[in-house]
Write a protein that binds this ligand. Structure first.
Ligand code: GDG
Length: 740
């Protein structure tokens, strides 16, 4: 039976070693809550680090942790050493990815050692998860610590469904491009079938980086890769709404929370709850509150800001400094504005219980969350839900992911202290009926898009994504050695093999020149052509000069310029059709105008065609210009014998009588063949497939619609197939008469 495997850096339970032995504590909130229902009920397992470094425990304890996590919590322990944690988590994750993805570019550190550790630890996660994976499984990987894992899994298990969710922002391309290992990270993520983000902004940023750095275009947020389809979408994470909205005042609250209620009866209460982090904008928030007090003295002794800050990444210099900065700012405000009866800012540096948190939320008039950047910010949602009397108001910065969902809140620019001060006043003074109305619509959204909805929607999308794998059976059948395909090859007395070049015999390269044949390919073609029963034909859109330079020394036919030129082995080129190129004079000036206006684009002139290439141009500009040029060309060519073709980053105007079907026909008409084979990857090869006689074997590379009968995935598969042909040739010539 198929199962679901969740993978995250930390598990929903933390193991601890203390004097009395090993102890376990379940996490609450966020991801742990969101996936709880699935994890408890379904056939699932959750893989992650237990929280105890391997170095701090002996083997027996390690085994005990692994067993308890497995048996009691359905978790798989991924053992990590203290060095792993230092280099991978504190290092690459928190010194490189975290600041970069939150736009703190000057805080980013690039260290090859931590990057290596990141790769190594992602591999450790793979090694731990790998033995669990079975056909039909679904794997859901979480967050920035494991961005290389999707592709590692894809390489070994091409058919499992892999989902990835990023909990932090994905930055704009201008920021992301600064990452040294930017392609590797994107490639790691692209192993997934579904990549989720909190907001559409992050989706756009991600797609833009993928397009610019890896060259993959999307259509309706889907990208077709050689091996699978990658879908990208926004899944805004919700909270456990019922818990926050419906729990009556909890019974287990601490004296501290009761004191909070007691001491704030006579003041308007503003609360803020954060993990200690420089992305949360805490210093600016205190400065803005100071400005509020200076600007609106009528609020002196009538308002109080409660900063609840949960310790995080303790012992790390940057975080310790931040704490000191906060302490200084708090005392400055209190020193300047405080009185014997009133202390404007109360600072709590500790973790509070969830029950206490609800009390703080419910007894606060305003929640002030002003992160400089935040993937989502669940605190904002928890506050709204907790104030089930609809009488609180949220002041939030626009750079929190939650701002795109909670438009009814007071939204401010976190750098603008004036705006925050005015936002606080607006929230404090907002008429009650307006607050109720705004809160009600936020409640409606939060109750529906709760954390269960989020998890369900992601998993349904992942599991429901159609099986878009490529049908590879023809290759498997052939290589198994017993197919009708292979028998036909062996039995044939005279074979013709039409082989497209780019994308078929060689994979796509950044520039056309880089696609020159490698030694392996040349040997393969030479061997194939050495069987006297074989006529090998390279059929290409390339011009005859380059085709001859690269392949002219082989004993093969070459059909160049999509069929215009034909060269029999060692012979002169023959033009297969008389064409006149007068039409080019009216097309060329139009293309030149667009080349001038589109940096990076260029015109290629072939014997029978003019092509406008825009692969090197900025994609957004090129997209617009391509549409304009196409329109112009379509209208001018209506009455000519030329057609306008849309290729891969190219628009080509060509004499419509010249095509690969015409080229294939030139060869077919010269001989009698009892085995006809054609393979190609793009639209121009369709003319060839259509021209092959009944009973031929036509093979399309890729998944687009085709007239071919069979498919293969990639040029690598084509080479494997041709190699199999050469082996079959050898076997049949060695043992005449034997056919299978
Ligand atoms: C990452 C992204 C994204 C905080 N202090 C206490 C406490 N909390 C709880 C809150 C809330 C959670 O911690 C904090 O969640 P956030 O969303 O605000 O932020 P991150 O932890 O940075 O999480 C973030 C999130 O992932 C989810 O995808 O929203 O943008 O950075 O649930 O209630 N809980 C208790 N005591 C505290 O003192 N019990």
């Amino acid at each position: 039976m198929s199962k679901t495997i969740f993978v995250s850096n930390r598990l929903p339970v933390t193991a601890m070693k203390n004097e009395s032995g090993l102890d376990y504590k379940e996490s609450i909130g966020g991801l742990a809550t969101g996936l709880k229902n699935y994890h408890q009920q379904g056939d699932t397992i959750w893989a992650g680090w237990s929280g105890v470094a391997q170095d701090d425990i002996n083997e027996e304890e390690q085994a005990s942790i692994a067993a308890t996590l497995k048996d009691t919590y359905k978790c798989l322990d991924v053992p990590l050493t203290a060095e792993d944690i230092e280099m991978y988590y504190h290092g690459f994750c928190n010194e490189t990815i975290w600041p970069l993805f939150h736009y703190f570019t000057s805080a980013v550190e690039y260290k090859t050692e931590t990057w290596e550790a990141y790769r190594r630890v992602n591999r450790k996660f793979f090694d731990a998860v790998d033995p669990l994976i079975e056909e039909g499984d679904t794997i859901w990987i979480h967050d920035y610590q494991l961005m290389l894992l999707p592709q590692m899994i894809r390489d070994k298990h091409p058919d499992v469904k892999i989902g990835f969710f990023l909990h932090i922002p994905f930055p704009s391309f201008e920021i992301y491009r600064q990452m040294i290992w930017r392609e590797e990270i994107l490639q790691g993520l692209m192993g997934a079938n579904l990549i989720g983000f909190h907001t559409y902004d992050y989706v756009r940023h991600f797609l833009s980086s993928v397009r610019r750095l890896l060259g993959h275009e999307h259509s309706l947020y889907k990208m077709q890769l050689e091996s699978h389809v990658v879908q990208v979408d926004a899944f805004p994470m919700g909270i456990d709404y019922d818990y926050f909205a419906k729990t009556p005042t909890p019974a287990k609250v601490t004296q501290e929370a009761l004191d909070f209620v007691d001491t704030t009866r006579d003041v308007r209460n503003i609360v803020s709850v954060d993990r200690l982090d420089y992305t949360k904008g805490i210093p600016d928030r205190i400065k803005a509150f100071k400005h509020f007090l200076a600007k609106y003295p009528e609020y002196h002794e009538k308002v109080r800001l409660n900063l609840i800050i949960a310790p995080s990444r303790v012992g790390i210099e940057k975080y310790d400094e931040l704490k000191r900065e906060i302490e200084v700012l708090v005392s400055e405000v209190n020193g300047e504005f405080g009185t014997f009866n009133w202390m404007p800012v109360w600072f709590f540096f500790r973790t509070v219980s969830q029950d206490d948190l609800i009390v703080f939320y419910r007894h606060s008039d305003v929640l002030l969350v002003t992160p400089l950047r935040d993937g989502m910010n669940l605190v904002a949602k928890e506050y709204i839900a907790s104030r089930n009397d609809y009488k609180g108001m949220l002041v939030m910065s626009e750079t929190a992911g939650a701002a795109s969902e909670l438009g009814e809140a007071v939204i401010v620019n976190t750098n603008d202290h004036e705006a925050i001060a005015d936002g606080i006043k607006l929230a404090l003074e907002m008429p009650e009926d307006e607050k109720v109305e705004r809160n009600k619509s936020m409640h409606r959204r939060l109750s529906r898009y709760n954390v269960n909805f989020w998890a369900k929607e992601f998993l349904n999308t992942l599991q429901g994504s159609p099986d878009e794998r490529i049908h590879t059976e023809p290759l498997n059948r052939l290589t198994s050695g017993a197919s009708e395909f292979e028998r036909s090859y062996r039995d044939a007395q005279s074979r013709v093999l039409f082989l497209d070049y780019d994308g078929t015999l060689v994979g796509f390269k950044p520039t056309p020149e880089q696609a020159r044949p490698d030694a392996e390919l040349k040997q393969l073609l030479a061997k194939l052509a050495s069987d006297p029963k074989n006529t090998v034909v390279i059929i290409t859109g390339r011009d005859r000069y380059i085709a001859e330079k690269w392949l002219g020394d082989l004993n093969v036919y070459i059909v160049a310029s999509h069929g215009l030129w034909l060269r029999t082995p060692g012979d002169e080129w023959l033009m297969t059709i008389n064409i006149d190129g007068d039409w080019k004079d009216s097309i060329r000036p139009i293309m030149e105008t667009y080349t001038d206006r589109t940096p990076g684009s260029l015109i290629e002139e072939k014997d029978f065609s003019l092509a406008w290439h825009y692969r090197q141009s900025e994609p957004d500009i090129a997209g617009v210009k391509r549409n304009e040029l196409r329109e112009a060309l379509m209208s001018i060519t209506q009455s000519m014998t030329v057609g306008v073709l849309d290729g891969n980053k190219v628009i080509e105007v060509k004499d419509s009588r010249v095509n690969k079907g015409h080229g294939a026909h030139q060869v077919l008409s010269r001989g009698k063949y009892d085995f006809v084979f054609g393979v190609g990857d793009d639209r121009t090869d369709e003319d060839m497939f259509n021209a092959l006689p009944e009973g031929s074997y036509s093979v399309k590379i890729g998944k687009e619609p085709t007239a071919a009968k069979f498919r293969l995935k990639s040029s690598r598969d084509v080479r494997a197939l041709l190699k199999r042909f050469t082996e079959a040739s050898e076997e049949t010539s060695a043992k005449p008469g034997e056919s299978s």
